[in-house]
Design a protein around this ligand. Structure first.
Ligand SMILES: Cc1cc2nc3c(=O)[nH]c(=O)nc-3n(C[C@H](O)[C@H](O)[C@H](O)COP(=O)(O)OP(=O)(O)OC[C@H]3O[C@@H](n4cnc5c(N)ncnc54)[C@H](O)[C@@H]3O)c2cc1C
Length: 42
């Protein structure tokens, strides 16, 4: 599998950055790599 965008860290910045990238181009294949068990937790 290949990706156009790989985001390291699924915190607020990574999560919303990935959403912005998808909004900019819905065809982008985007992967979020999060080291903890859950994304976007605080
Ligand atoms: C207790 C607490 C309460 C808060 N409450 C609020 C609030 O009510 N309102 C508000 O606006 N802000 C709040 N904040 C601040 C807000 O959480 C931060 O400003 C925001 O989370 C920063 O987002 P970030 O994506 O830059 O970093 P983070 O949220 O820290 O995200 C970074 C992510 O990257 C992951 N990561 C790190 N290294 C790696 C690696 N090598 N590989 C993969 N993943 C990795 C981490 O696990 C984490 O999920 C709070 C902060 C704390 C600590």
């Amino acid at each position: 599998m290949t990706y156009d965008v790989i985001v390291i860290g699924g915190g607020a910045a990574g999560f919303f950055g990935a959403i912005q990238a998808a909004a900019f181009n819905p065809k982008l294949k985007i992967l979020i790599l999060e080291k903890s068990a859950r994304c976007y937790k605080k």
